[in-house]
Design a protein around this ligand. Sequence first.
Ligand SMILES: Nc1ncnc2c1ncn2[C@@H]1O[C@H](COP(=O)(O)OP(=O)(O)O)[C@@H](O)[C@H]1O
Ligand SMILES: [Mg+2]
Length: 263
Amino acid sequence: MVELIQMEGRQAWLKRYGDGGSRALSLGALDFIAQRMGMGPLRPPPHRVGGEALDTEARRLGELAAQHVHVPQVLGRGKDSLVLSDNGRSLAGWLRDARDEEGCDRLVRLALQAIGQAHATGAYFGQPLPRNMTFDGRRIGFIDFEEDPLEVMDLAQAQARDWLMFGYGVARYYEQRPEALQALMQEAMSGETRDVNAQTHQVTGRLQRLAAVCNRLGRRARRLSHAVLVLHSATTLSVLVIGTLAIDWFSDGDLDVLRLLVG
Ligand SMILES: Nc1ncnc2c1ncn2[C@@H]1O[C@H](COP(=O)(O)OP(=O)(O)O)[C@@H](O)[C@H]1O
Ligand SMILES: [Mg+2]
């Protein structure tokens, strides 16, 4: 639970790390499928709760700050809560309010650059969705680090995961212009290592195959994101794949499609 508070005349965020709901079953299913299908970057990191989640978040915030990534400062710490400095308004809010395509592209390009720059220093995020990113009018920032992907994958896979997450997160703003998103992603990913591009390409290729199966399963399963197609072409410099296939392949790390596949 996160609450906006005032501290010494400034805005800050009180984040409590409660018990959380158990998602063990769906996360286990996703892990099984991600491993079976050779999609390492989609393996869910252990879902920590309470003090363990707090410790993970505090540790990750420290690591990222040391890598010069714009993340909140830890202003206070209790048994099951942290007080974090305000990192700016959520990128999701900015994107919702963007007046036109140009405004949207400008924000997405800044966000992609911030991800690429952080990766170049060896950083990784885990869930860089627009709601877990911030913008203060100047700098793109990142929040929400209760889970650490490096517990279940290597750095190249974790960085590939970031591109997949971000691509998925912004796909909804590019339903009418997937080629514009592809161009932006391609530009940003050109600075990535061969390994990260190969990992991203492999996952999106396999998701496309999964999408084909889902296609036969019905309407709900058919809602896979453009991100899959957009990223796949962004990582090959090959043909432009403009998919009208809408695939909702995960929300918050959970694969809807996969939940469907397993029952
Ligand atoms: N330090 C912060 N700066 C700005 N906004 C924040 C901050 N911490 C949390 N928020 C806001 O609260 C929301 C939820 O916080 P988050 O850390 O993502 O927790 P959750 O684990 O519940 O997703 C974010 O999407 C963002 O809008
Ligand atoms: Mg969040």
